[in-house]
Write a protein that binds this ligand. Sequence first.
Ligand code: 3HC
Length: 312
Amino acid sequence: AEMTDEERAFQERIDRGEKIEPTDWMPEGYRKTLIRQIGQHAHSEIVGQLPEGNWITRAPTLERKAILLAKVQDEAGHGLYLYCAAETLGVSRDELIELLHAGKMKYSSIFNYPTLTWADIGAVGWLVDGAAIMNQVPLQRTSFGPYSRAMIRICKEESFHQRQGYDIMMKMAKGSEAQRRMAQDALNRFWYPSLMMFGPSDKDSVHSAQSMAWKIKINTNDELRQKFVDQTVPQAEYLGLTVPDENLRWNEEKGGYDFSEPDWSEFFEVLKGNGPCNRERMEARVTAWEDGAWVRDGLMAHADKRVAARTA
Ligand code: 3HC
């Protein structure tokens, strides 16, 4: 359909690389896409605390426990920045959380996989946070001001998340035979689900074209997946671990690796709610939300009293 004058003026602002702020005019589709993407990004940070939270009481040393505690706490903060960015678009945190609990909003598929061993915590930091960094660094240049500024803050903390994970993998890959086997098993189970984090292949991506025109998405799903593989394979080799893909090989003229795609039927099953941990994750979130209601009500009552006292 033909662009209206307002839509054309808006697109020219995007093309000039201007930042769009919450009080600026924006097409309804731009607002909706941002609420969808920022909201689901925030949900991912909060649900993403569950797989790692499972190991805080089981960490092998006090130091690892302290590091994991700090990382899980960071993720809660990332969720906070992102819910705040979404709120500038006129949607409340309660609404977004209600939509998540009603199965009407998503969170990253990766968090529907279990963390079965301590090496999984290494693989999550190394691969999941590695993939998240690959996706979030370009998002610092996204056109919506509050999202871009949230990304800049989040990216500052992500490198520590990835390094502590890779440090666990180094310790285990160079440890006893049993530790090495555990590290290899973690890589085997987290490799393809990490590739799925970048979204379906470009030909199946329903939002990419419009999201890239609006600079809500800066790179395509396949571009970032390729960058992730090219960066991660040498890291696996350094660990002496094998990437579970017999088609993996360096392609000189492409200047990158050829690799097997994930099983997309598995991906869409997980998105439909049939992954290994979907039910468990949602139950944990709903329980936490309900158990925490009295705290939120108390805080609101206290805030109202403070306001009343000030205006009395
Ligand atoms: N998990 C769940 N849903 C996914 C997905 C995934 N890995 N990849 C794609 N989808 C969904 C999309 O949300 C969309 O469904 P919807 O219309 O109901 O939202 C559908 O699959 C089609 O995919 P598209 O590629 O067309 O959708 P997008 O253009 O939105 O691209 C995306 C998907 C690349 C994930 C993009 O939304 C994005 O960049 N989001 C921001 C980054 C983000 O959410 N990262 C989560 C990583 S985990 C994390 O950050 C925590 C870390 O600190 C550990």
